[in-house]
Design a protein around this ligand. Structure first.
Ligand code: PRP
Length: 213
């Protein structure tokens, strides 16, 4: 049986954009566009097998070698620090990690700052770098509610359009880091399948460049 390259795609709107880039790169798999609930699709002739996983799980599949390559947000790579190669910034899925708070927030430096977030590692690293003492309150979603109910002083979260913050009367106080989707590879797959992975990397890099010209 032919060796297939396993590709983990983030399920959702971003994943569809990513698949379109792979298709344009010459690694199409038409059955993926059929409307059904299947999660695995392959094109044996091209030697690729795609599967949809939760965006935050892509790096786990790639790190453990269940996927040879995949596409993950920089937020996930910074938060979980998976042992993978980061090959390319795809320049899509762009947003930023930011500190946000109610409009009237003033940072009282004499007090420990209470920070609600899904991204505890990113938040800790950021506040350590600016020398600020904090208390992390780890939440799994609806982070914007935390300062409204005085569970925290600020939040560290992803801001894309800013609509979620606006609708909850919060505003950005600082940008922690810009975020975008990255092509990642399993470290040993990259050595053993370098030919096909490098081809994909190069084709995708050309698309990113063409877009920015
Ligand atoms: C993210 C983030 C914000 C929202 C920001 O959540 O946590 O809630 O997007 O986007 P906006 O600036 O365009 O309003 P996401 O939709 O990824 O869902 P999640 O909370 O399940 O991670």
């Amino acid at each position: 049986m032919k060796q297939m390259l396993n590709v983990a795609l983030p399920k959702g709107r971003l994943g569809e954009k990513v698949y379109d880039m792979f298709e344009k790169a010459g690694f199409e798999c038409p059955s993926i566009k059929e409307k059904n609930r299947k999660l695995i699709f392959e094109n044996e002739e091209k030697g690729v097998r795609y599967f949809w996983v939760k965006p935050s799980d892509v790096a786990i599949y790639v790190e453990r070698g269940a996927a040879d390559i995949g596409v993950a947000g920089k937020d996930i790579l910074l938060e979980y620090e998976p042992d993978v190669f980061e090959l390319l910034d795809l320049d899509i899925g762009k947003c930023r990690m930011a500190v946000a708070a109610p409009k009237d927030f003033h940072d009282d430096k004499s007090k420990t700052l209470r920070v609600a977030t899904k991204f505890s590692n990113i938040a800790s690293t950021y506040y350590k770098s600016v020398g600020r003492d904090i208390d992390i309150i780890h939440l799994n979603g609806s982070i914007e509610i935390a300062p409204i109910l005085a569970l925290s002083d600020v939040i560290v979260d992803i801001v894309e359009t800013g609509a979620t913050l606006r609708e909850n009367n919060l505003e950005v106080f600082e940008t922690v880091v810009p975020i975008s989707a990255r092509l990642i590879a399993n470290k040993s797959s990259y050595r053993f399948n370098s030919e096909i992975i490098e081809k994909i990397e190069k084709e995708l890099a050309n698309q990113v460049e063409a877009k920015n010209d």
